[in-house]
Design a protein around this ligand. Sequence first.
Ligand code: NAP
Length: 243
Amino acid sequence: MRTVLVTGSSRGIGREIARRFAMQGDRVVINYHRSEDKALSLQRELLAAGKSAMVIRADVSCEEEVRDMVQEVERSFGTIDVLVNNAGIASMTMFNDIDTKMWNRIFAVNVNGVYHCCKYVLPSMISRKKGKIINIASIWGLVGASCETHYSATKGAIIAFTKALAKEEGPSNIQVNAVAPGAIMTDMIAGLDKAVLDMVVDETPLGVLGKPEDVAGAVLYLASEEADFITGQVLSMNGGLVI
Ligand code: NAP
């Protein structure tokens, strides 16, 4: 049985990714930061379905908490076979209203969080010469979003990081890929004006917003043996908004 760590899987896209891995028979580690009840409710749902799921709190921006989380998983299950770096934050803020604290926090979670998780998960993958890392980027890391310069910069960084790490870890048989979702209906965009969401739908050839399931399917594929020859790639599920 593979062990899959999905960061930020108490809610939204990560929650669906963790659910899908568990339902196909993998052991999932549900990581959360603030939403303990939601993480526990997913664990209950999965255990009731006869699946394997562990819950661990850790703020991915904190190196010590990530180190402790990875050590706890490795003590319990031996190894982490698949790491999904999903935890992330966003805000719609005009560039001139972004202060240094906001800028540093979004980098701390969206970029440093990915660095911390890779730093502590990779050594055992390298020693086994096997592992899959999937980073959740965004279309805004590909093309940039107005009023989200800080967020776009973090996701662009994740895309470059993915490509660089894929080159370095390829000889260790570790595949590192990213997905770059378009607008996906989760809490992250639920607070946006309806007019903004309507505009996104209008500009999307498929004429709909995405669902967490649309991202989860691609992540499961990239984590599967079917994708063993794919590394350093960015798969974008966006309804055609970015082609
Ligand atoms: P969401 O509904 O707001 O959920 C965010 C998740 O990340 C929650 O489970 C949250 O956990 C966790 N999280 C936040 N800060 C954390 C931290 N410091 N440490 C650990 N976990 C943390 O967001 P989402 O839409 O599912 O987004 C998931 C990922 O997809 C993010 O990387 C996001 O940038 C990316 N993405 C989203 C969209 C979209 O349109 N929704 C599009 C492209 C990319 P707690 O609640 O427990 O704190």
